[in-house]
Each structure stands twice: as structure tokens, then as C-alpha cells.
Design a protein around this ligand. Structure first.
Ligand SMILES: Cc1ncc(COP(=O)(O)O)c(C=O)c1O
Length: 378
């Protein structure tokens, strides 16, 4: 959820500026579109296969299968790992609902555990305490671009024979103890929604596998369960990656490293510029992490008033996420009331995402920081 500028005005500092990212790539993007029109290659095909190879290599994964969205990637990953009705999957309540709706849609049951206060990612101790005989899998979410603390999570998985799917939708190029995320669990799901750190010009996603030979079920699920044309092993989905999106992604992929460095520069500047404001906390990069700052999320006293103040100064902001999943109407039947996950619940009332994109200028960062300082001095 992002706050736009007051109606009729353009944000002086947008929350996200994709136009700035696309401007230097415009000729290449348009040429890719022309190629697709000229060859009438729109869905699947050579562009998709080439992107899958290049993306797997960039992550250090054995294999990659491109799909229609990050949500498809999660659902296909869970199904490929054999999720069955009655099976429980453990994840966190402070994530986008795609992480969990894909569990239910794949036939499983969601079991939430709270997050670590500092990193806002899965608390490994809470995970260890939540495993039951029905648990089959764990889905750590590398939220905001910060990897979850994977070693203790993987230890719990090994101890109980559980699979692990990393939700890496917000964490392209992030690293955990110098290992790339996406290769730590059995499978990982990525989103290429336009605003992500690697975004298509439309929907897109991918499943990657650490080991070779595990993605055939995903390949089938994305294409109506077929093993070859019109021969269906199971029912599946229309979940293919479009060739045009794969072509756009191939143009953007080589820039992800420099964009990530840009995001890290912006985060470092924010840290300096916001230093000494007692009413806010800036995000902490865990000692084990290369945080890729998909989002720069502060926690703030009087958060709602601060957000309104920034909106009035034409500074775009967002809330990720305003209502924890266990308190959503969609999950009322779980019967998890307020107080069940105190770390997530308290954070939801305080968190505020500031403008974050690689091209954000130092002067714009100063402007945001000055606006925040003025609000608290007010
Ligand atoms: C943590 C997380 N998981 C999954 C998704 C789903 O990705 P998509 O929007 O590509 O379906 C998102 C996208 O917002 C996300 O942020």
C-alpha cells in the first residue's frame, strides 16, 4: 500500500520511480517488443528458455522455471514438493498474502509463527516450537530484501525432515553468510512484478532449485499439467511466463547488481541523514546479511500522522504491511486474535516505508530526512 501525493499533484519525491529505471533502457525494451511482434513469439519459447538459464546462473541455482507471477511460483513450488490436504506449512504473518494464499490454494494449512524484532524475518526459536506431526514445510520470507536467518531454520527442517521454500520475491541478489538466497532451501520463489528489484513490464515470476532435476513438476503445472502437448499427467494451470516479459527481464538482469549497489547507497545515506531522530528506528542489516533494500522500512512514533505529513510535503510512502495476515478478514476462521503475534502486531502500527529506488538522489534523501525532522520538532 503506497501513499500517493495529494490529488492533482505529482509527488516531488515518488515512492518508486520506474520511469527513471526504464529511460536509459527504452531503445532496448522497444526493440525487444518489435522482435516479439515480428516473430509472433508471445508465450514461452526461446526468450523464456534463455532467461531461465541466465536467471539460474545469476542466483547460482541449478535450474529455473519461469512462470506467470510470484504467486504462481509459490503455489507451484508447494505443489511440486507434494503438499497434500491436511499438511501444515509454517510461515510468518508479516508478509504479503501471496505467501499464504498459495499454501491454501495448493491444498495445505497455514501455521503462523512470529518474527524476530530486529530483522522482521522468521524467528527460528518460534519456528522450532511450532512444528507438529502434520508439518511438512517451512516458508521463510526474505522480507524487504533482508534474508531470514537461514542456518537455524534449515537445522529445524533437517531435524524434522521438512522441505523449505524461500519466498525471495523481495530479495533478488540478497546473500546470507555470503551464499545467494534462493539456493539455501529446496526451492525458491521469485516475483518479477514491475516494482520488484528485478521487475518485468508486466507480471512474471520464477521457481529456482538448488539441485538439478526437481523442477519437472513445476514445468508441468505451469502448462496445464502436460508432459507433452495435450498429454496431461495432472490438472495444472495457465501459468506461463510471456516471451515479451522474458525478453524485458533479459535486458534488465545484467543491471541488477548495480541497481542493488544503488539501493545500498540510498540506505546508507538514509542512515546518516536520519541519525539522531529519537522517535524513529532505521532498519538494521543483520550481521549475516547482504540486505538488498527492496524497501527501506523505518519504525516511527505517531506513524499515521508522520505519513500524512510526508504526503502533504509530496513525499510518497508505503505501509508494508498495515494489517498482519492473522488479523485479516480472510483468515478470521483461524481464530487468531490480537496479541497472538506481538512482534508483528506492534511493528504493523509503527512501520513506514520511505521512497526507495536506485536512482534516488542524495538531495532527495536529505529532503525526506528534513521533512521527518521537521515533523517531530513541530
Ligand atoms: C513477499 C512476497 N511474496 C510473494 C509475492 C507475490 O508475487 P506476485 O505479485 O508476482 O504474484 C510478493 C509480491 O508482492 C511478495 O512481496
Amino acid at each position: 500500500m503506497a501513499h500517493a501525493a495529494p490529488s492533482g499533484t505529482v509527488a516531488a519525491i515518488p515512492f518508486l520511480d520506474l520511469v527513471a529505471q526504464h529511460r536509459p533502457l527504452e531503445e532496448e525494451l522497444v526493440a525487444a517488443f518489435r522482435r516479439a511482434v515480428a516473430t509472433a513469439g508471445f508465450v514461452g519459447g526461446a526468450e523464456v528458455t534463455a532467461f531461465e538459464k541466465e536467471f539460474a546462473a545469476s542466483v547460482g541455482a541449478a535450474e529455473c522455471v519461469g512462470v506467470n507471477s510470484g504467486t504462481d511460483a509459490l503455489r507451484f513450488a508447494y505443489q511440486a514438493l507434494g503438499l497434500r490436504p491436511g499438511d501444515e506449512v509454517i510461515t510468518v504473518p508479516n508478509t504479503f498474502i501471496a505467501t499464504t494464499e498459495a499454501i491454501t490454494q495448493a491444498g495445505g494449512t497455514i501455521r503462523f509463527v512470529d518474527v524476530d524484532e530486529t530483522t522482521m524475518t522468521m524467528d527460528p526459536a518460534a519456528l522450532a516450537a511450532a512444528v507438529t506431526p502434520r508439518t511438512v514445510g517451512i516458508v521463510p520470507v526474505h522480507l524487504y530484501g533482508q534474508p531470514a536467518d537461514m542456518d537455524p531454520i534449515l537445522a529445524v527442517a533437517r531435524k524434522h525432515g521438512l522441505w523449505v521454500v524461500e519466498d525471495a520475491a523481495q530479495a533478488h541478489a540478497a546473500r546470507y553468510r555470503d551464499r545467494p538466497v534462493g539456493t539455501l532451501g529446496d526451492l525458491a520463489a521469485y516475483s518479477f512484478y514491475p516494482g520488484k528489484n528485478l521487475g518485468a513490464c508486466g507480471e512474471g515470476g520464477a521457481v529456482v532449485a538448488r539441485d538439478a532435476g526437481r523442477l519437472e513438476p513445476v514445468r508441468q503445472l505451469r502448462e496445464h499439467g502436460q508432459s507433452k502437448k495435450y498429454f496431461h499427467e495432472t490438472e495444472g494451470f495457465n501459468g506461463r511466463l510471456h516471451a515479451i516479459q522474458a525478453a524485458f527481464l533479459r535486458i534488465k538482469l545484467p543491471h541488477v547488481e548495480s541497481w542493488t549497489e544503488g539501493r545500498r547507497r540510498v540506505a546508507a545515506r538514509y542512515r546518516d541523514a536520519l541519525a539522531g531522530i529519537a522517535e524513529i528506528e532505521v532498519p538494521v542489516e543483520a550481521s549475516y546479511a547482504r540486505h538488498v533494500y527492496h524497501l527501506f522500512v523505518i519504525r516511527a512514533d505517531r506513524r499515521d500522522a508522520l505519513q500524512q505529513h510526508l504526503t502533504s510535503e509530496r513525499i510518497g510512502t508505503g505501509l508494508h504491511y498495515p494489517l498482519p495476515l492473522h488479523l485479516q478478514h480472510a483468515y478470521r476462521s483461524m481464530g487468531l486474535g490480537e496479541g497472538t503475534f506481538p512482534v508483528t502486531e506492534r511493528a504493523a502500527t509503527r512501520l513506514l516505508s520511505l521512497p526507495m529506488f536506485p536512482e534516488l538522489a542524495d538531495s532527495q534523501i536529505e529532503q525526506v530526512a528534513d521533512a521527518i525532522r521537521r515533523f517531530y520538532r513541530g
